[in-house]
Design a protein around this ligand. Sequence first.
Ligand code: NAP
Length: 411
Amino acid sequence: MPMDRPAATGETMRQHLIDPEICIRCNTCEESCPKGAVTHDARNYVVDPLRCEGCNDCLAPCPTGAIDNWRNVPRERPFTLDEQLAWDTLPARDGTADAGGAELPAEVAAIAAVATAGQGGAVPPPWSAAHPYVNLYSAQHPAIATVSGNFRLTDESASADVRHIVLDFGATAFPVLEGQTIGILPPGVDGDGKPHHVRLYSVASPREGERPRYNNLALTVKRVTEDHEGRTVLGVASNYLCDLAKGDRVKVVGPYGTSFLMPNHPGSSLLMVCTGTGSAPMRAMTERRRRRHALGEGGRLMLFFGARAPGELPYFGPLSKLPAEFIDINLAFSRDPDRPRHYVQDLIRARGADVVRMLDDADCHVYVCGLKAMEAGVDAAFTDACRQHGRDWNALVLLLRASGRYHVETY
Ligand code: NAP
């Protein structure tokens, strides 16, 4: 059994471990490790912390996922080979794991904590979500992607320059699921001469790729030209990404995220609420369902999407072509001179009966993504809709969270 260990007080490291409970002892990890870091005895396969350099070459060949396990440990005291060889189960995690149990680099954990603060802590993924890979590539060993497209999504006349950027990973394995994020490492250094921090972006394409069977994915990126107070500030990563040309190479880390994942079981429904580029994961999920619609596996899709005006709404053209029987789309425009000012929460109230019907459906999963400021308004709108139809949102949301049916990611 794993031993009790003192909490890390000094520098920590991510230690690569193999789960003895699900490992089938097939030897693929030992064969694929270029550093000879994986070894075994008659009982367990284990990773030598002194040899493993975190290249992750062993992850993809593993048929069970037993290889994809990590713990944050004191750098001066990783689990030894003798300790690992004696295990029947992996040791318990410390407090830096995400909802799905993945240990995250500290700066990614900090961003994820901000994004999910509104849901009151860790939320499990939908029970039928696919197993996500996380942390395959780090700042020390990033994946290199090549830009295969960079298209402006918003009208040329629109104030916001929002782009659909397609990254191709060539022969490098970079598996993602809808709802996951990836990290971009902008080149150059910050004002203190240090490498820029990682910036996270949601994947905007389905798991099989922006172009099916091509090893690529898409991002939705808005060029940041001012801060929250309206002062001129050029966002480092967003401007870098928006200016990329076809053929440029980009350093990518991740993927991250084990909670904001879509359900896969037949008949499962999605209730999606987003603003601006918070539409990225909704585009991924909707596109996944659209491509598989003919298989008849999808349940109901309902989308509430807020933008300033139609010309500023990413994916407006493709969205408006989707048939109403496939997806129930509700667009809220806040600055369109031809329409009354609306936010997504106004439309949730207006569609209260249908929203509550979806919340009542045990197969419906709710996703909220976009501006931090929208959280309170959306919560109030769900509260009102529930009250009008004899439900208690405060009680219901606890059940939804506990069962992995309510997911919030706001920045
Ligand atoms: P935006 O264009 O500034 O706003 C989109 C819409 O939301 C506008 O109609 C805006 O109205 C409205 N809005 C403002 N305050 C609101 C509130 N309190 N409640 C409801 N709606 C409100 O949005 P954006 O700049 O694209 O920002 C999207 C956010 O999504 C960013 O914070 C981004 O970090 C986050 N995000 C991005 C990604 C990605 O992959 N790129 C992924 C996840 C999340 P008015 O401005 O007219 O008031």
